[in-house]
Design a protein around this ligand. Structure first.
Ligand code: TRP
Length: 333
């Protein structure tokens, strides 16, 4: 008998440069997850337009994101890799789910409040509807598991609420998804403000290491990383945020334990330590960048991956949408 795997869904927005935090927290685990789950990975370009984008850049970044998924080891034969806007069912289900979502609860979403503050000149309906579109993404595929960062937890919770509401009004229609949150050590902080999460939209780009940074840039950023004046390389996130963050990064990239790393750097100065962290990161990024560039040079192949992925996704999505349309009383083509 063929083993039935659970379905796992995740999406990434093709907007700003991704950082090593995104790699460690999300992308790096995808290769392995493909063994245990039927995986569906999306470039969430419909989410991206909730803040103003340059069209040519958005198109290019979408292609680059698909290439990055593959460079990180996602196998498009095994998993479904696609671009959200190429599957119209997302917008269609979003509309239906909007009628099961309250304005008040959307206004209270943390990310909506943050983004409204940052983009005060463009608080558009899409920005407010962002969580409902995300719920549509997840629910369309009868998803069991959604690996997300903690910043997306509230969005996943609302997806579960919306699914349950719909199921209660009609009859079981959607699977209610579970979150899969990264293990400890996955939280990577800004190099200049080590109590804040490393962010792709950080004010000072020197605080974040981007996946596209070359070796010199990586070394320079680590050289300038904020530490403290104790000259002691110990993991103590409460009192030594900078050093602890560097240790976390070092361990994640070298697959060493914190204890091993502390022993290795015992008695060494911060200068040597920062150089070592920079080197291990740059050396791990190099093959990923090479593979990314190789894929990007083959646009025809990437477009084929996108077209195949969209077709496979569409078939699954259509099934759920048909169920929904039937239950709510819509005629269908
Ligand atoms: N909102 C997510 C983020 O910015 C991206 C995303 C869109 C997503 N749709 C999704 C993540 C569905 C998980 C599942 O990180």
């Amino acid at each position: 008998m063929e083993e039935v795997k659970k379905t796992l869904y995740s999406g990434v927005q093709p907007t700003n440069n991704l950082t090593i935090g995104n790699l460690l927290g999300t992308l790096r685990s995808w290769r392995g997850l493909q063994e245990d789950y039927d995986c569906i990975f999306a470039a969430a370009n419909m989410h991206a337009i909730t803040v103003r984008q340059n069209p040519a850049e958005l198109r290019q970044k979408t292609l680059a994101l698909i290439a990055l998924f593959l460079a990180c080891g996602v196998d498009p034969e095994k998993s479904i890799v696609y671009v959200q806007s190429q599957v119209p069912a997302h917008a269609e289900l979003c509309w239906a789910l909007n009628t099961f979502t309250y304005v008040g609860e959307m206004e209270r979403m943390t990310q909506f409040k943050d983004k409204s503050a940052r983009h005060a000149d463009n608080i558009n309906m899409g920005l407010m509807d962002y969580p409902v579109l995300m719920a549509a993404d997840i629910l369309l595929y009868q998803t069991d598991i959604v690996p997300v960062g903690l910043d997306q937890r509230q969005h996943l919770e609302i997806s579960r609420d919306i699914a349950q509401r719909f199921n209660n009004v009609y009859s079981p229609t959607f699977k209610v998804p579970e979150g899969l949150y990264p293990k400890m050590g996955a939280k990577i902080c800004d190099l200049l403000e080590p109590t804040k999460k490393m962010s792709k939209s950080a004010e000072n780009p020197n605080g974040a290491v981007f996946l596209s940074d070359d070796k010199d840039t990586v070394l320079r950023k680590f050289k300038r990383a904020v530490t403290d004046s104790e000259n002691c390389i110990k993991y103590a996130p409460e009192t030594k945020a900078g050093v602890s963050n560097l240790l976390t990064i070092y361990c994640a990239f070298s697959d060493k334990s914190v204890a091993e790393a502390e022993r290795e750097f015992d008695g060494k100065g911060y200068g040597d330590f920062k150089l070592a962290v920079g080197e291990v990161v740059a050396d791990k990024l190099a093959p990923l960048q090479a593979e990314h560039n190789r894929l990007l040079a083959d646009k025809a192949y990437l477009e084929k991956v996108m077209a195949d992925g969209a077709e496979r996704a569409y078939k699954l999505a259509r099934k759920t949408l048909s169920k929904v349309y039937k239950k709510i009383g819509f005629y269908q083509v």
